[in-house]
Design a protein around this ligand. Structure first.
Ligand code: NDP
Length: 331
């Protein structure tokens, strides 16, 4: 990056078609905003995969840099909240959807969208956690707020080998829960046990036909898959069990009976990470920074350069990415 110019992965869509390409741009090309950030790392989330491949309608303007999260250093700031040299992170707020995203060496954003780099984390590890970790932490906090505490009963995480799933398994295990990982990739069993899963089960457990109520097993669930998987989880929720639903990697619609709700007082809680309040964000990041050991974060993380993003986007939308993918904007 020479002074004044920078590189970004840009998606452009017009009457002549759809192009995904690396482009050299000038600072003047960036949208207006209060804080100019030199981005060190971004990450590849499921939503970014949909945005880059065009498999989902994520990008709301064109041309556009995808990337729903980033970590970097403030270059200029019109806000008293930040000064040049400050290390910051950003997740959500429509960045990489409605607003210029993180797959860009520079970005200009609203000060209120940024958080100071949480204490104890490097820029790289903050992005290894990224939106996936934030979402997982919000799910864990949601379960805890509804009274789910470590005990005899197990919790289940679906889509466990993915980004949010891996983070949820690790966070729950670190908090002392007995966490069972549900995956379609039995070859990732050792990886999942390494994150703290006590058992690894086949994801077909939830999509196979079953009775409306089965043996009470789960005190809580973090579901990143949605669809039939989410529908199937309710059958084996224990009395007063709580399901935190945050994903749709396996589908958007689900069917269940009312019995888990009216006979077992089961609760379903939706979790959003995009416009969640600054207070909840801070609480979640404090939890993440204080509970996840650095080497555990590194075990879940693969580092790639910006030009590898299109291929990895195809892979993440096909459920073939393990853990977290961090993008090094300077590689
Ligand atoms: P990943 O692709 O990393 O993880 C998704 C995992 O789901 C896969 O690894 C796979 O796990 C499982 N999976 C994928 N396809 C299917 C399928 N057809 N049927 C059953 N299981 C499947 O994505 P992320 O971790 O980035 O995101 C996970 C989900 O959470 C996405 O739907 C995403 O949109 C959502 N999300 C929501 C947020 C929010 O604010 N609510 C924020 C971030 C993510 P395995 O191989 O282990 O079975």
């Amino acid at each position: 990056m020479s002074s004044g110019t920078f590189r970004a992965l840009v998606v452009e869509e017009d009457a002549s078609g759809r192009r995904v390409e690396l482009r050299d741009l000038a600072v003047a090309d960036l949208p207006p905003g209060e804080v100019l950030v030199r981005i060190a790392y971004s990450t590849l989330n499921y939503k970014d995969g949909l945005a880059v491949t065009g498999k989902g309608k994520i990008l709301r303007t064109s041309p556009m840099a995808p990337g729903i999260d980033f970590a970097g250093t403030v270059v200029e700031s019109a806000s008293p909240a930040y000064r040049p040299g400050d290390e910051v992170i950003l997740t959500g707020w429509g960045v990489g959807e409605r607003y210029w995203g993180g797959f860009s060496q520079l970005n200009r954003v609203k000060a209120e969208w940024l958080l100071p780099l949480p204490e104890g984390l490097t820029l790289k590890r903050a992005m290894a956690i990224g939106t996936a970790g934030l979402t997982a932490a919000l799910c864990v906090l949601a379960l805890e707020r509804q009274g789910v505490v470590p005990g005899e009963r197990e919790l289940v995480v679906t889509g466990a080998a993915g980004g949010v799933g891996s983070m949820a398994v690790a966070l729950l295990a670190q908090a002392g829960f007995r966490v069972v990982a549900s995956t379609g990739r039995p070859n990732e069993a050792d990886y999942l046990r390494g994150l703290g899963a006590t058992e690894v089960i086949d994801r077909a457990t939830f999509t196979n036909p079953g009775r409306p109520l089965e043996r009470e097993r789960w005190a809580g669930a973090v579901d990143t898959v949605g669809g039939a998987t989410l529908g199937g989880i309710f059958r084996s929720m224990a009395y007063r069990g709580v399901v935190a639903a945050c994903g749709n990697a396996g589908g958007t619609e689900f069917t269940t009976s009312v019995f888990p709700f009216i006979l077992r007082s089961v609760q379903l809680i939706g979790v959003d990470s995009v416009v969640v309040s600054p207070d909840d964000r801070r609480q979640a990041w404090t939890r993440l920074a204080s509970t996840l050991p650095g080497d555990l974060i590194d075990q879940m993380t693969e580092l790639i350069p910006l030009d590898a993003v299109p291929a990895y986007s195809e892979a993440i939308t096909n459920g073939r990415i393990r853990g977290r993918v961090v993008i090094d904007l300077n590689a």
